[in-house]
Design a protein around this ligand. Structure first.
Ligand code: FAD
Length: 495
C-alpha cells in the first residue's frame, strides 16, 4: 500500500484533489473519487487506514430512526445497509446482517419506540414493527423479563470498520489514487494560481481541491484555513468485547435507554463476539482512550439490565473511542460544507452515525467538488472489485486442504483462538500491514480470548522478518509504540 514520494521537486507531488484522513469517511471518499480521471491523494498521519475513531465504535450500520427529522444525516443514512451490502461484495469484506430490537423496559418507554418508528419512516425508511414481550422472548430468550415491547427493525448489519478502510483504500489505489501514511498535515497555504500547498511532515504537496476528513482533528485542519467557526464537542465512549463462548446470548443489536452519559447497546460483532456499550465521559484530550475500572462497572451495569446473565468474567478486552459533535449545527446534524474562506475545500465533520452514513457522505462530497468546479470524467476502466485473501477459519474442510496444498503456510495456525494461519498474516504484511495492530485488525490474529498472548510473539517475528527490521523496531501501532527491547539474547548483550 505504499507510494514512494518523489523527493527533489519543489513540491513532492501535485494533485487535483487531496483527501486528508483515511478513516472510514476519507477512505470511502477516496474510493469514490477513484472512479474519475483525476490525480488524487489520500493522506493520513497514522500508520494504517481506519486507525482513528473508525476502529473504536460499535461498528453498526444503523437505521434512520437515530437521526432527527429533517437532518442531512437522516438522508445520508437512508439505504445504508443496501449500499454496504453491495460494497461488501465488491470489496470482498465482511458484512454481517443483524436485525435490531430497541427495548422498552417499562410501559412508559413505549412512546419512545413509537416516536423512533415515526422518525425513521419520516426519513423514508420502512420495515419497522413494534412487537410485544412474547415475541421478544422468542427472538432473544436471554433478554430481561422487564422488556414489555420492542421496536423490531430488520435488514441492518455490522462490519469491522478498519478492515473496510483498508479494503476501500486498496481499491482506491488499484484505481490510481496515491496513499501517504505516517504523513501529518501541518499547514495549508493558498498560492496565487488558485491552488493550495499542503505542508506535511514529509514535505509540501500542491493541489486545487482539498477534502478535510480528519475526524477528531477536522477542527484543527479548518483553523489552518481560518475557518475558526468549526468547533467540536467531544465525548469518550467506553466499550467492552466478550468471549465467543457467550455469543449465543444475543443475536440482535439490542438497545435500551439513551442519555448524555450512555447508549445502552449489546450486539454481535461482524466476527462473532458480543460488543457492549456505551458509557460516556468527558475525555481529557483527543488522545484519551483509557478505559477506567469505573467505566467497566458502568458498562456491565448497562449490559446486565438488558441481558441479566452477562458476566464480567467473559470480557476479553475493552476500549474507548471519542465521539465528535459540532457546534455549527443546532439539531445534532453533520456539518458537511465548503470552506467559508477558501474555495475548493470541503469540510466533513460527521459524528455518529458517521460510519453508517459514509457511503452517502462520499457521494455528496464528490457532488460538492463538482459544484466547486472540479473537472473530472468518469473512468471507463474503473475496477470496482478488490480481492481479499482466503480466510482459513471461514473455509470448508475441502477448501482448507486446497489452501494448504497451494501454500503450506496456510497449514500453520499461529492464532489458535481465531484460527488464523501464517499464510494470512504474511499476506496482510505483504499488502501493507506493518504494525502488530494492523495485522490484528485485518487478519484477527490477536483478537481472541488470549488477546495475542500466544500469537503476538509469532506475529512480531513475522513482521520483523518480512519488513527486514529488528524485532525491537516493530511497533504496536506506529509512532514509537515499540513492543520489545529486542530478542532476549540481544537484550542480554546490550545490558
Ligand atoms: C464510541 C463510539 C461508537 C460509535 N458507534 C457507531 C456505530 O455503531 N455506527 C455508526 O454509524 N457510527 C458510530 N460511531 C461514529 C463513527 O465511528 C464515526 O463517525 C466515524 O468512524 C468517523 O470516521 P472519520 O473517518 O470521520 O474519522 P477517523 O476514523 O477519526 O479518521 C480521521 C483520520 O484523519 C487522520 N488525521 C487527523 N488529523 C490529521 C492530520 N493533521 N494529518 C493527516 N491525517 C490526519 C487520522 O489519523 C484519522 O485516521 C461511533 C463513534 C464512537 C466514538
Amino acid at each position: 500500500m505504499n507510494n514512494d514520494i518523489a523527493v527533489g521537486d519543489d513540491y513532492l507531488r501535485e494533485y487535483d484533489v487531496i483527501v486528508i484522513g483515511a478513516g472510514i469517511i476519507g477512505s470511502m471518499i477516496a474510493r469514490e473519487l477513484s472512479r474519475f480521471q483525476i490525480r488524487g491523494a489520500l493522506i493520513d498521519k497514522g500508520p494504517f487506514p481506519g486507525f482513528g475513531v473508525t476502529k473504536s465504535g460499535m461498528a453498526q450500520i444503523h437505521s434512520t430512526d437515530f437521526c432527527p427529522p429533517g437532518t442531512l444525516k437522516g438522508k445520508l443514512c437512508l439505504d445504508a445497509p443496501v449500499r454496504f451490502k453491495r460494497l461488501a461484495d465488491q470489496l470482498d469484506v465482511t458484512y454481517r446482517e443483524v436485525d435490531e430490537l430497541w427495548l422498552a423496559l417499562e410501559p412508559s418507554q413505549i412512546a419512545n419506540l413509537e416516536a423512533a418508528k415515526e422518525r425513521g419512516e419520516g426519513h423514508g425508511a420502512t420495515g419497522y414493527e413494534i412487537i410485544g414481550a412474547k415475541r421478544i422472548r422468542e427472538l432473544e430468550p436471554h433478554v430481561t423479563e422487564k422488556a414489555v415491547a420492542a421496536l423490531y427493525i430488520r435488514g441492518l448489519g455490522v462490519i469491522h470498520p478498519p478492515e473496510w478502510s483498508f479494503a476501500l483504500t486498496e481499491n482506491a489505489l488499484q484505481n490510481g489514487i496515491h496513499l501517504y501514511l505516517n504523513t501529518s498535515v501541518l499547514n495549508i497555504q493558498k498560492t496565487e494560481e488558485e491552488k493550495y500547498v499542503v505542508q506535511t511532515s514529509k514535505g509540501p504537496f500542491k493541489t486545487r481541491f482539498i477534502v478535510n476528513a480528519a475526524g477528531l482533528f477536522a477542527d484543527e485542519i479548518a483553523w489552518m484555513v481560518q475557518d475558526h467557526h468549526i468547533r467540536l464537542t467531544l465525548r469518550k465512549g467506553s466499550i467492552a468485547i466478550f468471549d465467543k463462548s457467550v455469543s449465543h446470548l444475543v443475536r440482535h443489536m439490542i438497545f435500551g435507554t439513551f442519555s448524555e452519559s450512555h447508549s445502552q447497546n449489546i450486539a454481535p460483532t461482524a466476527h462473532g463476539n458480543l460488543i457492549l456499550g456505551i458509557y460516556y465521559t468527558r475525555p481529557e484530550n483527543k488522545g484519551d482512550t483509557k478505559v477506567s475500572r469505573e467505566g467497566i462497572r458502568e458498562i456491565m451495569k448497562l449490559g446486565k439490565e438488558l441481558v441479566p446473565v452477562l458476566s464480567e468474567r467473559d470480557i476479553i478486552t475493552s476500549f474507548a473511542g471519542i465521539l465528535a459533535g459540532n457546534t455549527m449545527m443546532t439539531n445534532g446534524d453533520f456539518y458537511i460544507a465548503p470552506s467559508e474562506h477558501v474555495p475548493g475545500l470541503i469540510h466533513v465533520v460527521a459524528g455518529a452515525p458517521g460510519l453508517t452514513a459514509a457511503p452517502g457522505i462520499a457521494e455528496l462530497v464528490v457532488k460538492m467538488l463538482f459544484d466547486a468546479g472540479i473537472d473530472m470524467e468518469e473512468k471507463k476502466a474503473f475496477q470496482e472489485k478488490r480481492t481479499g485473501w482466503p480466510r482459513f477459519s471461514a473455509a470448508i474442510a475441502e477448501k482448507q486442504e486446497d489452501m494448504i496444498a497451494s501454500n503450506s503456510k496456510y497449514g500453520h495456525i499461529i492464532c489458535r483462538c481465531e484460527k488464523v494461519s501464517e499464510g494470512e498474516v504474511l499476506e496482510a504484511i505483504h499488502r501493507g500491514a506493518s504494525t502488530l495492530d494492523a495485522v490484528k485488525h485485518v487478519t484477527r490474529a490477536g483478537m481472541g480470548r488470549c488477546q495475542g498472548g500466544f500469537c503476538g510473539p509469532l506475529a512480531l517475528g513475522l513482521l520483523s522478518k518480512e519488513l527486514s527490521i529488528p524485532v525491537r523496531e516493530v511497533t504496536k501501532k506506529g509512532d514509537g509504540s515499540f513492543v520489545t527491547e529486542g530478542p532476549m539474547g540481544e537484550r542480554g548483550r546490550n545490558s
